[in-house]
Design a protein. Structure first.
Length: 558
């Protein structure tokens, strides 16, 4: 799926330029866990750094962080390397891990960070299988990396409150690494990003404090990631002249809303395709039941993968506003998600008569089967890596997971979260699709501990994470934090209903943008922090009033 993002300001029913100035908007950095001394086993190794003469010498003060490949996926144990470059990680419990090395503090030598196996790419790093015996020889070499430098200015002069960030693309997964390489501009606007491994980067310029006090631009003078020019960096290269001009800060906040849920799905489709389907597109539309959620929950990532809108209908009829949009779009293919109780045979017949005879219906024996049919159809035969699992008994977790899954080119597969083990059909599908990484969206009891444990035990699953928070709002936050290192836009949707976010999942997924669930009258400070971290240009509300009030439109903090 190609990363694209259209200009859609004319489609928004309201537009506000909102500076994010709240004092609490700064993002706190969580310290690595202290080295555990009780229980578990010991892991040891040595870190060396490249000297100017090309030799490698012991490197002190390197952050050594062990990431678990189950559970939250966060740091399990972290230490700093000693004066002789050695490190010891104590109390490591049995399981699978990845090991990351990064120079702490000022990095004047320009040493690269690396994962075990001397690779900058997390997904390609060596995996450590920890059992009951100590492991030695976990060594790493930090090479002198390349640099990118330039000047960041305002129209009237240098802008010292800005920073430049470079995000490395993993061509194998099609995803950006979880962290960017960052350098602040000095008082004259000069910056130098050091320690860059060879690769393809997105280069971003923006507010050093992630508060949108200055605008965000990408190389070469683009407001959007998808329209920016990637920067190719070779080994031992010093790139200069990467200058940028930033303007006044703020994000554009707008609303996509119609008179009802059906009209809102049309407004979302128009935002995606303001001039109809472009040349070379699939020219397809997904039709789902707008009055009930189960069958349609897996449609978002599939629609995003196809570059298609989702339009809502009733079980027995097509609303006039949806008919008008279908006429305007003139699709060559229609996907119906759900069986005849969800979308009737009469609706299918009307679609075939008036729009296209090329109709494919995904109708399983239940909601779980329908989601598996979607995943099998749109992901079969591809080089897949990741799948998301969510309960099919409620909607919030699956809706939050949909754009995150699309960002990782993954399906959302619905399961009966109350079961104590993964069902045979889902297990077989994960194996057939070649899935190595599973993300469970939602905590207990949405998806039981037993079911998650059975996923962990599948022989072909290397990574198995749970993304959850204290409630549906926190779960959507955590899900997006783990999936999106950067984005052009962020979507806000109610956490109390499904239709608007259901239709919006296709748009958000195709733009590789997150959906955050929020309340009716305000935006949590944590979500505002996320908007700042991502440096988005646009914040889009899905749905009208009273679903999301003007307080949300104005980004009023809870």
């Amino acid at each position: 799926m190609t990363r694209t993002h259209s200009t859609f300001a004319r489609r928004l029913t309201a537009m506000v330029l909102s500076p994010l100035l709240a004092a609490g908007f700064l993002i706190a950095v969580t310290a690595a866990p202290a080295n555990a001394a009780d229980g578990g086993v010991t892991l040891t190794g040595t870190v060396t750094g490249e000297a100017p003469d090309g030799s490698f010498v012991p490197e002190a003060g390197v952050s050594v962080s062990l990431y678990e490949l189950t559970g939250s996926g966060d740091i399990a144990v972290g230490v700093a390397s000693n004066a002789d470059g050695s490190f010891t990680l104590d109390g490591v419990e049995p399981g699978r891990y990845r090991l990351h090395f990064e120079r702490i503090g000022v990095n004047d030598a320009g040493l690269t960070s690396t994962w075990l196996g001397n690779t900058p790419h997390e997904a390609q790093s060596q995996i450590i299988e920890v059992g009951s015996t100590p492991i030695t020889g976990l060594d790493a070499q930090l090479e002198i990396g390349s640099t990118i430098s330039g000047v960041i200015s305002l129209a009237e002069g240098p802008q010292p409150s800005a920073a430049a960030s470079a995000f490395l693309l993993d061509h194998t997964t099609g995803e950006y690494e979880r962290w960017g390489y960052r350098a602040p501009a000095d008082a004259s606007g000069n910056y130098t990003i050091r320690g860059l491994p060879a690769g393809t980067y997105i280069l971003r310029f923006g507010d050093i404090y992630d508060q949108a006090l200055v605008s965000t631009v990408y190389w070469d003078d683009s407001e959007l990631i998808a329209a920016s020019t990637p920067v190719e960096v070779a080994a031992d290269q010093q790139l200069t002249g990467f200058d940028a001009t930033v303007g006044p800060g703020g994000v554009y906040v707008g609303r996509l809303a119609g008179a009802d849920r059906f009209a809102t799905s049309v407004e979302i489709a128009k935002a995606a395709f303001p001039s109809g389907f472009p040349e070379g597109s699939s020219r397809s539309v997904f039709i789902v039941n707008g009055l009930n959620f189960p069958d349609a929950l897996g449609a978002g990532p599939a629609a995003a993968r196809e570059g298609s809108p989702i339009l809502l209908v009733t079980p027995g009829s097509i609303p006039d506003v949806v008919k008008a949009e279908l006429t305007e779009l003139a699709p060559s293919k229609i996907y119906i998600v759900g069986g005849e109780p969800s979308v009737s045979a009469a609706v299918e017949a009307e679609l075939a008569t008036n729009y296209t005879s090329d109709i494919v219906r995904f109708a399983g024996i239940d909601r779980f089967h329908t989601s598996r049919l979607l995943a099998d159809h749109f992901w079969a035969g591809d080089d897949n890596r990741t799948a998301y699992l969510a309960t099919g008994m409620n909607f919030p977790d699956a809706l939050s997971a949909a754009p995150a899954a699309a960002n990782e080119s993954a399906p959302v597969i619905l399961v009966n979260g109350g079961l104590q083990t993964v069902d045979v059909e889902t297990k077989a599908l994960l194996g057939d699709l070649g899935i190595e990484k599973v993300v469970v969206a939602g905590g207990e009891p949405s998806v039981s501990a037993g079911l998650k444990k059975s996923i962990d035990a599948l022989p072909f699953v290397v990574e198995s994470y749970r993304r959850n928070g204290a409630d549906r709002f926190a779960t959507s936050l955590v899900t997006n934090q783990k999936s999106f290192p950067l984005a052009d836009a962020a979507f806000l949707a109610t956490g109390s209903g499904f239709p608007d976010a259901l239709a919006g999942a296709a748009l958000a997924g195709s733009w590789f943008a997150p959906i955050y669930l929020v309340g009716q009258n305000c935006v949590p400070g944590s979500v505002l922090q996320e908007i700042g971290r991502l440096h988005v240009r646009d914040v889009i509300l899905l749905g009208g009033q009273p679903t999301l009030s003007d307080n949300v439109l104005n980004l009023r903090q809870c």
